[in-house]
Ligand binder design. Structure first.
Ligand SMILES: NC(=O)c1ccc[n+]([C@@H]2O[C@H](COP(=O)([O-])OP(=O)(O)OC[C@H]3O[C@@H](n4cnc5c(N)ncnc54)[C@H](O)[C@@H]3O)[C@@H](O)[C@H]2O)c1
Length: 260
């Protein structure tokens, strides 16, 4: 049984990593069309070459309300409607600490990370809400174990905690016509980049591994492992779920709560 038959989705940050895996899985589940938004043009071209004509792409910046509106309009023009908005584009903070960050970098870095990881999610909801409400659609946000626990730098953690607050608040505000939920992945090997204003070209941040030693299940976690949680939350099977979060983390969060 396909879970997303005839559904149309817009996915931000769809050019790579988790967003790309979600786009591919949505098509396997019968989605009628995907609008893939990313700031990197080459990634979108590769995605379209791989996934085909049911994917239309838009090079856009989630920090722009106009770009978000253009993406929603593209969904309606190409596929007749929008049922699912996946807010996913994000950046890291190079695990910056206060004692290794200049005043200017701290201010610029905060603004950049929050503009993408938080404001981008809010602008997406603003742009999509009328079209989603028309079809009793839904929003799924990519959260993180950093929405609940300490992992990463303070700016990234604060942004992912904020995105959790946004998920809960918008679930309340947009009910009863739009459900709003989140998926919280743990460390997963992707190209997830540091915000330009915080990146350290001289000592690049250690890449994430998602290795077997990072989770209770002792498995190598890949972007594709998270896609099923998005399918559930995007489908009508989860019609009683709103303001909820699926922790897609191999038990990583549980590990953080052990007291010895
Ligand atoms: N990889 C992990 O370990 C991990 C863990 C938990 C949560 N997350 C979250 O998952 C989401 C996806 O990250 P990923 O790991 O797949 O990384 P990724 O870099 O592979 O994918 C993110 C995509 O977002 C795009 N993007 C960045 N800024 C943008 C902007 N301003 N406008 C439009 N597109 C933009 C990038 O070009 C990239 O293609 C992020 O929200 C991230 O915080 C990642």
């Amino acid at each position: 049984m396909a879970w997303l038959t005839n559904k149309v989705a817009l996915i931000t940050g769809a050019g790579e990593g988790i967003g790309r895996a979600v786009a591919a899985r949505f098509l396997e589940e019968g989605a009628a069309g995907i609008v893939a938004v990313d700031i990197v043009e080459d990634r979108l071209a590769a995605l379209k070459a791989d996934l085909g004509d049911l994917v239309v792409t838009l090079r856009g910046d989630v920090r722009s309300l106009d770009d978000n509106r253009e993406a929603v309009a593209l969904a309606v023009a190409q596929f007749g409607k929008l049922d699912i908005f996946v807010g996913n584009a994000g950046v890291r903070d190079a695990r910056r600490r206060l004692d290794d960050t200049s005043d200017a970098d701290l201010s610029d870095g905060f603004d950049e990370v929050f503009a993408i990881n938080v404001k981008g999610y809010l602008l997406g909801a603003m742009a999509a809400r009328e079209e989603l409400a028309r079809h009793r659609g839904c929003i799924v946000y990519t959260l993180s174990t950093s929405s609940f626990y300490i992992g990463g730098g303070s700016i990234y953690i604060a942004s992912k905690h904020a995105a959790l607050g946004l998920t809960r608040s918008l679930a309340h505000e947009l009910a009863p016509n739009i459900r709003v939920n989140g998926v919280a992945p743990c460390g997963t090997p992707t190209a997830l980049a540091d915000a330009g204003s915080l990146a350290r070209p001289d000592s690049p941040t250690k890449p994430r591994t998602g290795g077997p030693d990072t989770n209770l299940m002792h498995i190598q976690i890949e972007p594709e492992d998270h896609a099923a949680a998005y399918v559930l939350l995007a489908s009508d099977q989860s019609r009683v779920m709103t303001g909820a979060v699926i922790n897609s983390d191999g038990g990583r969060g549980v590990m953080s709560t052990i007291v010895v």
